[in-house]
Ligand binder design. Sequence first.
Ligand code: ZN
Ligand code: ZN
Length: 273
Amino acid sequence: MDVILTGTGSPLPSADRAGPSTLVKASTTNILVDAGRGVVMRMMAIGVRPDDLDGVIITHMHSDHVCALNDVITTHWVRTRERKPLRIWGPVGTARLVERTLLMLEDDIGYRTDHHEPLIDGPRLEVTELDPGASFAINDVRVTTAETAHAPVHPTIGFRLEHDGSVAALVGDTLPCDGVDQLAANADVYVQTVLRRDVVELLPGEMAQDILEYHSSVVDAAQTAARVGAKRLAMTHMVPAPAPEQYPEWVARAAEHFDGEIIIGDDLTTITV
Ligand SMILES: [Zn+2]
Ligand SMILES: [Zn+2]
């Protein structure tokens, strides 16, 4: 499997980092995990078009993780000749999010179906809401879910993807918890959204301090990786986003707690497992 960090940003806008999303390629199967800002541009950079997607899986409905879902839906729709539905899985609430997204797109869908004869109707979507613990297959990729800890956002889930003996855990925004431990157990790569607690604590303003309550720090992620026996830790969605010269400091901090491989994500960083 190739785990491609299509967006390593956070809610804070960045010129260099798209919003949070990851593309998992397992032979010919393409699975998009979350759909943050600019995801379609980043997918095109690796030659994956929206109509090449076999599924979109969503960890939670924070806007930074889903704000480009409308772009994925629209570009999948207008590019898909054989009317293949876009399949979307996510926690309870995903169907409502998709319904409201279609409502937002209603005028556009009307303009395009009126104008383009091949577009005989609107986007075809198959949405499945998942309870934590659910497992299912996307082609020959086994997907297992577990509840994560991102309160007051609820529900939130993470994913364990297994293909051909390889395991990738993509757990989204979460504090360390049993669900993450299950998903990341012995994973070939554990992808965790992180912040630097020691840096965020020094930032001014109440909102900066609020985010400490529901994200894993670099230390948390490294301790989880060590506890569950993950082979690699990939950090993404870094807050505050580090400049490249700061990467060694981030990695060193994680390495105090985890002696496996530590990867700090740039957009389009690819991890092959
Ligand atoms: Zn986030
Ligand atoms: Zn979040």
